[in-house]
Design a protein around this ligand. Sequence first.
Ligand SMILES: Cc1cc2nc3c(=O)[nH]c(=O)nc-3n(C[C@H](O)[C@H](O)[C@H](O)COP(=O)(O)OP(=O)(O)OC[C@H]3O[C@@H](n4cnc5c(N)ncnc54)[C@H](O)[C@@H]3O)c2cc1C
Length: 446
Amino acid sequence: MSNDDLSDGAVGTVIRPGDPEWESARRFHSGIGSPAAVIRAATVDDVRGALRYASAERLDVMIRGGGHSAWGGVPGGLTLDISALDDIEVDGTRVRLGGGALWGPVAHVLAERGLGISSGDTASVGVGGLTLGGGIGWMVRAWGLACDQLVGAQLVTARGDVLEVTDASHPELLWALRGGGGNFGVVTRFDFEAHALDGVVHAVYGLDGDARPILRVLRDLLAQAPRELTVTYMDVPAMDPNAPAGATITAVWAGTDEDAARAALAPLAAAGVSELEFGVQAYPDVLLEAPEFDPEQPMPGFVGGNTLLRDLDDDAIDRLVTFREQNPASVAFLRSLGGAFGDVSQGDSAFPSRDASWFAMAGAFDIPGMLDDDARAAAESAWAAIEAKGTGVYGNFVPSTDDTFAERIYSPETMARLSAVKRQWDPGNVFCRNHNIKPGPDGHPV
Ligand SMILES: Cc1cc2nc3c(=O)[nH]c(=O)nc-3n(C[C@H](O)[C@H](O)[C@H](O)COP(=O)(O)OP(=O)(O)OC[C@H]3O[C@@H](n4cnc5c(N)ncnc54)[C@H](O)[C@@H]3O)c2cc1C
């Protein structure tokens, strides 16, 4: 089928292997894809046309917003690139974002108006993938996940219908969009309710010695801290200029009250960390830039995972630090949850484990010459012991494209609800390049 054959409407720009723009069109954040075709859609009608094209050509659809997920690397199918749908419209505190908008530009536009939305920590990540999977960011304890601020959406279904989704019109569908991923259609517009924000206090601390006692202090202070405070611990090898090698704790206070932030962080400062930064910044300025993808250095495998922890006990801290010590090419992260994240009842969004107080992630890079079979097996078992302490997995940080992984993310109850929504809006599983909810009963294939 060619563009000309799609006589009943627009389709966007169809790019196939051999076309001049093919090389740029198949690139995503961390790789070079090999889809059957890419369609760049700039309007809702283009999206509808692209879905007709996919149906006529019998192609699975991979929706590309910010392009940061691993699904861009799954061969075949149609990549539906909606990055041109990047409008940012602000009306009071109601914010309408195109389905392909990126969080960095959104944060800039909102900051000019004294507003903010809790997003992630990186400017180039897409509003679409991050929000539909949940979205853990610097304001997660103050305002919840990105998806908790979602109040409506415009969605193009697999049949090409355009829905205005609200809690009043399609409550189950909106519930599913809050954490259920890109399973239900192409979101061409996200409607958020933003918060007043005149800036944030941003603090970075360096850890030189044993991180274990410091992390105990951090855990204990977070148990008492005001919800304005969100922290991340990370210990990484030299990767890029944004992520200096070594162990650091970054704290963000939602607001500009430096005294309150200092008071909340006082036990940490007294625990022997070195203060590398402390001061008020505009929220967009604390968002990181993602490292550029280098095709000469494709992403290595990742032996590890992530887990949502109800409690961060001493043993979990010890195991996480030991994991990092035993694997020179590895990363370890902790991110605080609780606060507004925990105010949302489990049944009110599709996101797992609302009772979690911490998010933990660790992994060893599977680089030839760096990780032999014994070291790989040791890393797997060390991670399994940490994961066993958790109550759920956060899908957005799972690089696996195994299409059964969703069963590990969602509880049986959530999966049953999600698959009922899937059956209604995408019974043919056109949107399957994601943590896939199958349309059959309880999330099984039909
Ligand atoms: C450098 C980096 C930093 C990150 N930081 C964070 C962080 O701080 N917090 C956090 O929670 N996550 C973070 N993530 C994970 C991130 O949330 C996921 O990778 C997410 O899927 C990226 O969304 P995207 O739109 O950029 O990716 P894409 O690959 O474009 O999309 C991912 C999936 O989302 C779906 N999708 C995207 N847009 C739409 C749409 N408009 N309609 C329907 N479906 C859609 C599709 O199923 C698609 O397969 C980070 C990832 C990277 C690489």
